[in-house]
Design a protein around this ligand. Structure first.
Ligand code: DX5
Ligand code: ZN
Length: 217
């Protein structure tokens, strides 16, 4: 079995004790963190911006993947790169020039990713594989943690994994991943799962992490 990479979504962490909540998952084995940026326009919810990410950067060496759920993402790339993102992900639905945007991010020395909503045409992503480091398949409609996994997105996972086998593109899955859905998600061959409420909602976060990683053994 290939190692499961879990990228905890800090959206479900306790923001009054964020550095402890980061340390708990890192002690359990995490080296990648998922940061959900929402603007109240592209999605009907508002979270945090570069200021908080800059502070998170100071307390962790983990790979920071920043998921921009914002309109007009290009205007903010520099802010999120300067704040310390290692991978910057914008939405397929929010960009009118995907290749230019991907190249811009890569030219700044940061990995470039596209997130795609459950109802968008995921096959179109194959047009951009040459410029992509990361694909984030949304298995819920973005905006909130704690939503139910949308089963039909399993098809896009299999399709995109099968069709990017000869590349170095990482494929992540975001939304509704928890103890009861994680096995079927990894069965599609994808590389990374984002887990928010399914991890930080647990009484014992470390034990839950171990269960998520080892579920099918
Ligand atoms: C949804 C966010 C997700 C979310 C995942 O809009 O992009 O990253 O925080 O949370 P869970 O795992 O609770 O679905
Ligand atoms: Zn996310």
């Amino acid at each position: 079995m290939k190692n499961r990479i879990i990228s905890p979504s800090l959206l479900s962490a306790n923001f009054t004790r964020l550095s402890e909540d980061i340390k708990i998952v890192e002690d359990a084995g995490v080296n990648r963190l998922h940061l959900d940026v929402m603007d109240g326009h592209f999605v009907p919810n508002l979270t945090f911006g570069p200021f908080i990410i800059n502070d998170i950067r100071k307390v962790t060496n983990s790979h920071l993947e920043t998921h921009l759920m914002i309109a007009n993402p290009r205007s903010y790339f520099d802010d999120y790169i300067d704040a310390g993102s290692d991978t910057l992900i914008f939405h397929f639905e929010a960009s009118d020039d995907i290749i230019t945007d991907l190249k811009y991010i890569q030219n700044r020395g940061v990995k470039a990713g596209i997130a795609i909503n459950p109802d968008s045409d995921y096959k179109k992503l194959l047009d951009y594989t040459e410029f992509l480091d990361y694909i984030l398949i949304m298995s819920v409609f973005p905006g909130f943690g704690g939503q139910s996994f949308i089963e039909s997105t399993l098809d896009s996972m299999k399709f995109l994994k099968d069709n990017t086998k000869n590349s170095n593109i990482l494929i992540g899955v975001d939304g509704g991943v928890n103890l009861s859905t994680i096995d079927k998600v990894y069965d599609t061959g994808i590389d990374v799962t984002i887990v928010g409420s399914g991890l930080y909602g647990a009484k014992n976060i470390k034990r839950r992490y171990n269960k998520l990683v080892l579920n099918d053994q």
